[in-house]
Design a protein. Structure first.
Length: 219
């Protein structure tokens, strides 16, 4: 059996996904950056490879020999002094590198972890919206990056013939984060400090283990 590659394997989604794949009996190659802390994968029977999705050569080496790829690596930043450099380009260019490497390596399929923020929001809970109704005016650089990255992923897949599917989790909460993510951090801040204002609207929340299960079902 060829190994399955998980990018961003020490992240909140990534390490939960690795655990579920190993529990299913799959060989897992866990890709993390050279400076990343592998502690979230401690005790999990995975092959750790160091690399950065912004490096096409290193990404190709990580993908080489794998049968399937789960691309979960992503920076969840809302603000930056240079949003184009720090948020948008890493999302788009990194995703392109992973998808192109997977296509060249002849992998069976790639599952891309996108975001519910790439899909438009209905005016009523009774209305059903899907990927045919894109988010019209993204209000954060993070969403701009995710929308652009998703378009790039499917463009590369169409050009190369790679089988690709995306999943779209909302605000991800749950166990096994090595440091508070942006979403977990927001909840911690709310619990400890409250909120000075409230506003109309809402957002979707999903448990991280369910995100991992959903990715496996998508594969």
């Amino acid at each position: 059996m060829k190994p399955t590659l998980v990018t961003g394997a020490n992240g909140h989604v990534g390490n939960n996904l690795c655990r579920q794949l190993v529990a299913r009996g799959e060989r897992v190659r866990a890709m993390i950056r050279a400076s990343a802390d592998p502690a979230p994968l401690a005790g999990v029977d995975v092959e750790i490879v160091r690399g950065d999705i912004m490096d096409p050569v290193g990404t190709a080496a990580a993908v080489d020999g794998c049968g399937r790829v789960y691309h979960t690596a992503a920076g969840f930043l809302m603000w930056a002094k240079d949003p184009e450099r720090d948020i948008i380009r890493p999302s788009v260019d990194g995703t392109r590198n992973v998808v192109e490497a997977a296509a060249r390596a002849g992998v069976e399929k790639l599952v891309y972890t996108s975001s519910s923020g790439t899909i438009g929001h209905a005016d009523s809970p009774a209305a059903r919206w899907d990927e045919t109704r894109p988010y019209p005016e993204p209000h954060t650089h993070y969403l701009r990056g995710k929308i652009a990255a998703e378009k790039e992923a499917f463009a590369v897949a169409k050009r190369t013939g790679l089988a690709l599917v995306s999943i779209h989790p909302g605000l991800i909460l749950g166990p096994r984060f090595w440091k508070p993510s942006e979403s977990v951090g927001q909840i911690i801040q709310f619990v400890n400090q409250g909120a000075p204002v409230y506003f109309d609207g809402g957002f979707s929340v999903v448990e991280v283990e369910d995100v991992a299960r959903g990715g496996i079902l998508a594969m």
